[in-house]
Design a protein. Structure first.
Length: 230
């Protein structure tokens, strides 16, 4: 997991990577106005201060960033290249680790275990490369979300996620995904063209069964009426 470089080439690569994932971005200049881009910029400074044991200054930069962007990234978090935080209201904890080309939508929490659990050290999630986290998702504890995995909107994940898996609902569970989508970027981490919630699928099946029974009942009633009139 490599940290972003600061030269112009690195900045252009970052802006292009965000533009490729956001159809609303018409130019690199627009991306420069995104709160996620500014939050990442401030985090680079805060993390550098944190690594130098200048904890108060790191927190001060983090505080300014949070006020400006509505995104709270702890200075201790380790973030790779081209993180795209779309919109804001996201929280990333101290021992979180994020790989390259990760996409996080609004209102996501990368939360840690309780300090009263007696767990020291690593408390927050690790997101591997090219992970997509849908809006409102909660990724909790020192778990690992594997490469190219997706977590759907409003899902809660508290166990490791296999590479390439798609997780939905509370608590999130893996679902089958079409082969052609296995390595494609899916916005919000949720394949919206098909039902993914097992409860919704079951309700849909029950509705079809009820309609079939109603149709058969109606046919039986008409047959009985014809028999009486014959």
């Amino acid at each position: 997991m490599a940290e972003d470089s600061t030269p112009a080439s690195g900045l252009i690569a970052y802006l292009d990577s965000v533009k490729a994932r956001d159809p609303a971005a018409r130019s690199r200049w627009e991306v420069l106005l995104y709160p996620g881009a500014w939050a990442l910029f401030f985090h680079r400074i805060a993390h550098w201060l944190f690594e130098g044991n200048l904890f108060f200054l790191a927190r001060w930069v983090n505080h300014i960033s949070r006020m400006m962007t509505a995104i709270d990234i702890h200075p201790g978090a380790k973030i790779g290249r081209n993180l795209f935080i779309d919109h804001g209201f996201t929280v990333i904890g101290e021992t979180a680790e994020i790989g390259d080309d990760v996409t996080i939508y609004q209102c996501v929490t990368l939360g840690g275990t309780s300090p009263f659990d007696g767990i020291a050290g690593k408390r927050h999630p690790t997101l591997k490369d090219r992970v997509v986290i849908g809006s409102g998702a909660q990724i909790l504890g020192p778990i690992t979300v594997g490469e190219e995995a997706r977590v759907g909107a409003n899902s809660v994940v508290a166990k490791d996620v296999a590479p390439g898996a798609t997780m939905v609902s509370q608590l999130a569970r893996p679902i089958p995904v079409k082969a052609e989508l296995a390595h494609e970027f899916v916005p919000y981490g949720t394949p919206c063209e098909e039902l993914t919630d097992p409860v919704d699928i079951k309700l849909c099946q029950m509705e079809l069964e009820i309609k079939a029974l109603q149709k058969k009942l109606e046919e039986t009633r008409k047959d009985a009426e014809r028999s009486r009139s014959a």
